[in-house]
Design a protein. Structure first.
Length: 55
């Protein structure tokens, strides 16, 4: 995996966990943290994973 994709995944996971914690604090069920973390990680790494490969 490219370094940029890995960094995007880490930052996306942190943002997803923060979003899930915010939603939990506002009355959503606790498992929203578990749902939002991988979604954020995928969204953070998607631009580099979907980029055409250099030949």
């Amino acid at each position: 995996m490219m370094a940029q994709a890995r960094h995007g995944m880490i930052i996306g996971a942190v943002v997803g966990a923060a979003l899930g914690a915010f939603m939990f604090a506002n009355g959503s069920p606790w498992f929203m943290i578990l749902i939002m973390t991988p979604i954020g990680a995928i969204m953070g790494s998607a631009p580099w994973l979907l980029k055409p490969k250099q030949e």
